[in-house]
Ligand binder design. Structure first.
Ligand SMILES: Cc1cc2nc3c(=O)[nH]c(=O)nc-3n(C[C@H](O)[C@H](O)[C@H](O)COP(=O)(O)OP(=O)(O)OC[C@H]3O[C@@H](n4cnc5c(N)ncnc54)[C@H](O)[C@@H]3O)c2cc1C
Length: 502
């Protein structure tokens, strides 16, 4: 029986796991973080280094409405944080459109004939809206008309989710639309921008500057891991958590890990903090949960993601941070230009590094394609969308990201509720944090806030804070206030505009 040395055993060294470990370590609580990746910390927010070129998994904007989160980023990364301008566009049938959309530019690029059709379809939608719109599609069509929906929303959204916009749940749209109305989009497009005094009033998807670590988001999480180690905490890589046993006599968790060679180790802690996907956690808990809880966990779905990183001779053709590819003629969904995120993402300014993002399911055709085929596809498509000549591509790599997006389908909430109720009732020292850890489609700031509150709960020895009451803006609302907020977002759906998935 190992001595029970840790206040908390933490599964996963992404933003949630590392934030929990850092906050606990600062208070002198002994922690160990167990991470399955053999090389990187940071989870989805890691940065992959390929021959000195840094590849972000997506592009991670560091922006939060929460002052505590912003301050923690500054505390960890200090002067390594840059203030960066944002530039993003949409590519559709050979044309580039500013995003956030500029209505006059959009209409002039669409041409007179298409513009008239768009306006007629908009007028029709306003006169004869779908009453009680339930799906993403109904909402956008009501708001913009069917033609603009097809051009600016349908293809990209379906590429991201791998399902029809009719099937996308109200919940996802309700979450993404928060704070962004048609009025605010048009005002943003037409009027000179003044920074709101209160950062809580900023519409997140429209922000035009954000912070970014010099060498990508992984730099933040590497710095956090080293601060934890300096404080005496352990961050162990290459350890996949494979078993979580609760010893009810001693009231401790015995957590088993397995490394790449099949070697196992056991760690004992008073608390278990889990940022691993709920589906995996439920399968590992011993004593086993009910059949119902297992079925609920198995019903949770995920969308996966791969980035083909291309190293390209820079001819100055592409200076945006990213471009959404709405064009159905290519499979790529979005293209990142990492040098625009930070000049230090490339080791030589004569080159750029692009990330062509393909949304897929683990095990499908794209996911299983050999790297050489994916590189050839990306080379072909980067030329097809006019961002580079394929002859300027000098090298590349493929980065696969399992479970990039927790899927919000019609029943996910019910399943999460069921699992949560069982865990809360039986295991008060088990703490779920983060994105897949709570099955929440949210940014780093949400993951971090759930971890910060969890650390407070652990230090207090009781659940003073309900981490499920942290909203997507990383704001904490006591029970009741959150319900009210969700209701008002749903009730207001006719007046709101959905944003593009990030
Ligand atoms: C394409 C894309 C773009 C994004 N853009 C932004 C953005 O602009 N700004 C922003 O703030 N956020 C963004 N995000 C969200 C951000 O990446 C996540 O919110 C954040 O990484 C979640 O942190 P986490 O610690 O909860 O989870 P993760 O980052 O998923 O980390 C979980 C960790 O747990 C490990 N793990 C899983 N299972 C086990 C196991 N059994 N044993 C041990 N370890 C395990 C994983 O390897 C991983 O390291 C984006 C996400 C995506 C997919």
């Amino acid at each position: 029986m190992p001595p029970c040395t840790f206040k908390a055993v933490i599964a996963g060294a992404g933003p949630a796991g590392l934030t929990a470990a850092y906050e606990l370590s600062k208070q002198g609580a002994p922690v160990v973080v167990l991470e399955s990746d053999p090389e990187y910390v940071g989870g989805i927010s890691r940065t992959v280094n390929y021959k000195g070129f840094h590849f972000d998994i997506g592009g991670h904007r560091f922006f939060s409405k929460s002052r505590e989160v912003e301050d923690l980023w500054t505390e960890i990364a200090g002067t390594d944080m840059l203030d960066r301008p944002r530039s993003s566009r949409i590519y559709y049938r050979g044309q580039f459109y500013a995003y956030p959309l500029k209505p006059f530019e959009a209409l002039s690029k669409l041409g007179l004939f298409e513009s008239i059709r768009c306006m007629m379809s908009f007028a029709q939608a306003r006169l004869l809206p779908t009453s009680n719109p339930k799906s993403f599609e109904d909402w956008v069509v009501n708001q913009f008309g069917r033609r603009l929906f097809r051009i600016f929303f349908k293809t990209y959204t379906e590429k991201v989710w791998g399902m029809s916009c009719q099937e996308i749940s109200a919940d996802w749209a309700a979450q993404r639309i928060k704070g962004l109305s048609l009025g605010s989009a048009i005002k943003h497009a037409l009027l000179p921008q003044r920074k709101p005094k209160d950062r809580k009033q900023i519409v997140k998807t429209l922000i035009d500057t954000f912070r970014y670590p010099r060498q990508g988001p992984g730099m933040m999480w590497e710095a956090c891991a080293s601060k934890i180690r300096n404080l005496g905490g352990e961050v162990l890589l290459g350890r996949r958590v494979s078993g979580c046993r609760f010893d009810s006599a001693r009231k401790v968790w015995l957590v088993t890990t397995r490394d790449a060679n099949g070697q196992t180790e056991e760690f004992c802690g008073e608390n278990l903090v889990s940022s691993m996907p709920i589906r995996e956690l439920v399968a590992q808990i011993d004593p086993s949960l009910s059949q119902d809880a297992h079925l609920a966990a198995l019903s949770l779905r995920y969308r996966d993601f791969l980035t083909v990183g291309l190293i390209v001779r820079d001819r100055g053709r592409f200076t945006d941070n990213w471009i959404y590819i709405h064009d159905p003629a290519v499979q790529v969904g979005r293209v990142q230009n990492y040098k625009s995120w930070s000049p230090e993402m490339v080791p030589d300014p004569a080159y750029s590094s692009y990330g062509l993002e393909y949304f897929c399911f683990e095990g499908d055709g794209l996911w299983n394609s050999p790297d050489a085929e994916l590189l050839a596809l990306a080379k072909k498509e980067i030329q097809q969308i006019n961002l580079a000549n394929s002859t300027d591509v000098v090298d590349g790599c493929v980065i696969r990201q399992r479970k990039a997006y927790p899927v919000y389908d019609d029943s996910y909430q019910q399943h999460v509720e069921k699992i949560r109720a069982t865990l809360d009732a039986n295991f008060p020292t088990l703490h779920l944090v983060g994105r897949n850890g709570m099955h929440k489609y949210n940014n780093q700031d949400h993951a971090m806030m759930t971890a910060m509150l969890t650390a407070k709960n652990i230090l207090a020895g009781e659940r003073k804070y309900n981490v499920w009451a942290v909203n997507q803006d990383a704001e904490y609302h006591e029970a009741g206030a959150v319900g009210a907020e969700t209701l008002s977002a749903e009730g207001a759906n006719l007046r709101k505009v959905p944003a593009l998935a990030s």
